[in-house]
Design a protein around this ligand. Structure first.
Ligand code: ADP
Ligand code: MG
Length: 620
C-alpha cells in the first residue's frame, strides 16, 4: 500500500528485516506461553516495529495538515485496536499491512524493471578505434567524430554514420518494425539498433547523452512526472474519501450503542476500526501510475514515444487529426519534374542559380534541387542565404540577389513571372530582379498514408491537411488519400491560426497535429497533442512535440490512439474494480461480517490484481 510519495523510500531488505522482527515478537508469546500481561508487551512491540513507518508518516502528514491518506487510516485503526486491548490484532494488522507494502513494492519494482529491460536499448561497452588500435570504453567516454566498431550481433551504442561496411539491422527497439533493414556505408544509424550480420565502422554523430537511446530512456523514466487527469482524480478523491471514512466509522462506533440497548459499544468500535482498515485505497494509488508507465513502455516498443501520461487522455479522445503535407503525408523526397527557363536562359543555368541559393537549406525542396545540381560539381556555400519559412530562400551577396521560392515570395518582391497553375509544386527563380523561370518538383505520398488515413476515419476521426504548397499540388495528394478538408498556401503563422480555428470550431474531443517540424514546429505546440515525425523531423520538432514517431510511419498515428484508448480503459477498469470491491467489503465490515485480518488480505489482493491488470497496457 505504498503511496506515490513513499515509493522508493525503503529497500526490500529493510522491509524484510522489519517484517521478520515484528513476526518474531509476535510469535514469542505463543511459543513460550508467556502470561497475558507480559505478552501484551510483545504484541505492542511487534505493532511498533511493523507500524513504525506508517505511524511516523501519518504523524508527519498530520503536522503538515495533509492527513487525508491511507497512513492516517491505518494508524487510527491500529491505535484504536490497542486502545480496546486487542493487542494481537493490532500487531497482526500492521504486520500484514507492511507485508502487503513489501509485496506491492516488489510487484511495482519488478514490473517497471521488466518494462525497461524489454526496451533494452543501452549498451555497456563501446569499441573505439584509434590508429588501428581498438579499445574498450564506456559509452559516456566517446566523443563526436570518434570512430567506433560494431560487430555482428552487437547493439549500436551511439548515433552515427556508417563509414565502412554494411549490414542488416534490427531497428525494432526503436521503431517496433520487426523486419530487419539493410544499411550501407553513408547511412545514419541510431543507438538502440542491433547490427545483425555485418562488421561496421561508425563515425559518431552524437555523444551518449544526446543519442537516441538515452533520450528515449530518459523520456520514459521521467514520463510520470506529468500527472494526467486520471491521476489527479485520485488525489482529489483521497481528499474527500479520508474524512468521509473517518466520519462514517465514528458514527458506526457511536450511534448503534446510543440508540439500541442491546448493541455493545466495544463490538461496534471494533467494526468501525475494521471499516477503516478496509477503506485504504491502495490499489488505486499504485495501479494508476503503473498503468500509464506500462502504456508508455508499450508504445515505445512500437516506436512511439509518448512524453507524458497526460497525453493519453488527449490522444484517446482525439476527434480531429490535422496533418502537415510535405514530409508528413508525403515522403519529402522531391524529384525534379521539369525545368522551365524563360527565353535566353539555359535549363542548367536556371538549376545552378537555384542551387546556389538552396544549398545551405535543409528543406526537402532545397535538398532535391541541390542534389540534382551537385551531380558532377561542387557547390559554393553561401552562408548569407536566408530561409523564409513557407516562402523560400533569399541569397544576397555583393554581386547578386537570388530569390527562390513560391509565387507568394515573387509577389512580395514585385517580380513579374509566369504564374500559371501546375499539378506539381512550383519553384520560381529570380536573379537581380529578373525572372529566370521555374522548376516543378514532385513528391509522392507515403506508401502507408492511405491506409493510415482510412484507419483514422474508422476510429471516427476527421482528417484535415494544411500546407504551404499550392492548391493544385495539395489537391492531388488530398484526392489520393481521401482527405476531404485541406487548406493551402499557408505560412507557418497561418498554420497556427488555422489550427486555432479548427480547435475553436470543434467542441467535442481533442485536436492532434502531425508534422515533420520543417516550418511547422510552432504548430506542434499549439495542438492538444503535437506528434512529430522523428526520423525526418528536426530536433526542434522532437523537442516541441508531445509524441514522437521514431520511424515516420503514419500507421503509428492510429496505433498510438488505440494504445492510449486501451491504457485509459485499463485505468478505469482498475478504478472500477477497486471501488466496487471496496464498497462490498466496506458493507461487510459495517455489518460486522469481516475481520480486520480479512480486511488487510482483501486490500493486498485487489492491489495485486490491479497491478497485473496494469501490465496489460504494455502489450499491444
Ligand atoms: P508544407 O506546409 O507542405 O510542409 P512548407 O511550409 O515547408 O510546406 O513550404 C511551403 C512552400 O513554400 C513550399 O511548397 C515552397 O513553395 C515554398 N518553400 C519553402 N521553403 C522553400 C525552399 N527552401 N525553397 C523553395 N521553396 C520553398
Ligand atoms: Mg512541412
Amino acid at each position: 500500500m505504498p503511496s506515490i510519495t513513499h515509493h522508493h523510500k525503503h529497500h526490500n531488505a529493510y522491509l524484510i528485516l522489519q517484517i521478520s522482527m515484528a513476526l518474531l515478537f509476535f510469535i514469542i508469546p505463543f511459543i513460550f506461553k508467556i502470561p497475558q500481561n507480559i505478552s501484551s508487551l510483545f504484541f505492542i512491540g511487534a505493532f511498533i516495529i511493523a507500524g513504525k513507518d506508517t505511524l511516523l508518516e501519518a504523524f508527519k502528514n498530520f503536522l503538515q495538515n495533509k492527513w487525508m491518506n491511507e497512513n492516517t487510516l491505518m494508524s487510527l485503526a491500529g491505535i484504536g485496536a490497542i486502545g480496546i486491548g486487542e493487542y494481537p490484532e493490532a500487531a497482526m494488522v500492521m504486520i500484514l499491512y507492511q507485508s502487503g507494502e513489501y509485496l506491492q513494492h516488489k510487484a511495482v519494482e519488478e514490473s517497471r524493471k521488466s518494462i525497461t529491460d524489454l526496451m533494452d536499448l543501452r549498451s555497456d561497452i563501446v569499441y573505439k578505434e584509434e590508429q588501428g588500435i581498438i579499445t574498450n570504453n564506456k559509452p559516456e567516454e566517446i566523443k563526436v567524430n570518434d570512430i567506433i566498431i560494431v560487430r555482428s550481433g552487437e547493439k549500436i551504442p551511439l548515433d552515427g554514420i556508417i563509414i565502412e561496411g554494411n549490414a542488416a539491422i534490427d531497428t525494432s527497439g526503436l521503431t517496433g518494425e520487426s523486419l530487419p533493414k539493410d544499411f550501407f556505408s553513408g547511412d545514419e544509424v541510431l543507438s538502440g539498433y542491433i547490427n545483425i550480420n555485418g562488421f561496421l565502422k561508425i563515425k559518431v554523430l552524437r555523444i551518449y547523452k544526446e543519442s537516441t537511446a538515452s533520450k528515449i530512456l530518459d523520456l520514459i523514466e521521467h514520463a510520470d512526472n506529468h500527472k494526467s487527469h486520471s491521476e489527479r482524480f485520485i488525489t482529489r478523491f483521497a481528499r474527500y474519501y479520508t474524512p468521509i471514512i473517518i466520519i462514517i466509522s465514528f458514527l458506526l462506533a457511536v450511534c448503534p450503542p446510543l440508540f439500541f440497548s442491546e448493541a455493545v459499544f466495544l463490538d461496534w468500535f471494533k467494526r468501525a476500526l475494521t471499516f477503516i482498515v478496509i477503506s485504504c485505497p491502495c490499489a488505486l494509488i499504485i495501479s494508476i501510475p503503473l498503468s500509464f508507465f506500462a502504456g508508455i513502455g508499450g508504445a515505445s516498443r512500437k516506436g512511439i514515444l509518448i512524453k507524458g501520461s497526460n497525453y493519453f487522455e488527449a490522444l484517446a479522445h482525439c476527434r480531429i487529426s490535422v496533418f502537415d503535407k510535405t514530409g508528413t503525408l508525403t515522403e519529402g523526397n522531391f524529384i525534379i519534374d521539369h525545368l522551365y527557363p524563360v527565353k535566353d536562359i539555359t535549363p542548367t543555368y536556371l538549376l545552378q542559380t537555384a542551387a546556389k541559393a538552396e544549398n545551405t537549406s535543409n528543406h526537402p525542396i532545397a535538398r532535391s534541387i541541390t542534389k540534382a545540381c551537385r551531380k558532377g560539381q561542387d557547390l559554393n556555400i553561401y552562408k548569407q542565404a536566408k530561409e523564409i519559412s513557407g516562402l523560400g530562400i533569399i541569397l544576397r551577396t555583393d554581386k547578386e540577389e537570388i530569390l527562390v521560392g513560391n509565387h507568394e515570395l515573387m509577389k512580395r518582391h514585385d517580380i513579374k513571372g509566369i504564374f500559371n497553375n501546375n499539378q506539381n509544386t512550383t519553384i520560381h527563380i529570380a536573379r537581380n530582379r529578373k525572372y529566370l523561370g521555374y522548376i516543378t518538383v514532385k513528391d509522392k505520398s507515403k506508401e502507408e498514408a492511405f491506409e493510415a488515413i482510412s484507419q483514422l476515419h474508422h476510429l471516427n476521426i476527421k482528417t484535415i491537411m494544411l500546407t504551404g504548397d499550392n492548391k493544385e499540388a495539395a489537391q492531388a495528394i488530398a484526392n489520393q488519400l481521401n482527405i476531404k478538408d485541406f487548406y493551402t498556401n499557408l505560412l507557418p503563422l497561418e498554420k497556427i491560426k488555422k489550427l486555432e480555428e479548427i480547435k475553436n470550431k470543434n467542441n467535442k474531443g481533442t485536436v492532434i497535429f502531425v508534422g515533420d517540424g520543417i516550418n511547422d514546429a510552432p504548430v506542434l505546440t499549439y495542438a492538444d497533442v503535437g506528434i512529430a515525425m522523428g526520423g525526418l523531423g528536426t530536433d526542434a520538432a522532437i523537442e516541441a512535440a508531445d509524441v514522437v514517431i521514431m520511424d515516420d510511419s503514419l500507421l503509428k498515428i492510429p496505433l498510438s490512439i488505440r494504445i492510449a484508448q486501451k491504457t485509459l480503459r485499463i485505468v478505469w477498469q482498475n478504478i472500477f474494480l477497486a471501488l466496487s470491491v471496496k464498497t462490498i467489503f466496506l458493507l461487510l465490515g459495517a455489518l460486522g461480517m469481516m475481520t480486520m485480518w480479512g480486511a488487510v488480505f482483501a486490500d493486498v489482493g485487489i492491489s495485486l490484481l490491479a497491478v497485473l491488470n496494469s501490465l496489460r497496457a504494455f502489450r499491444n
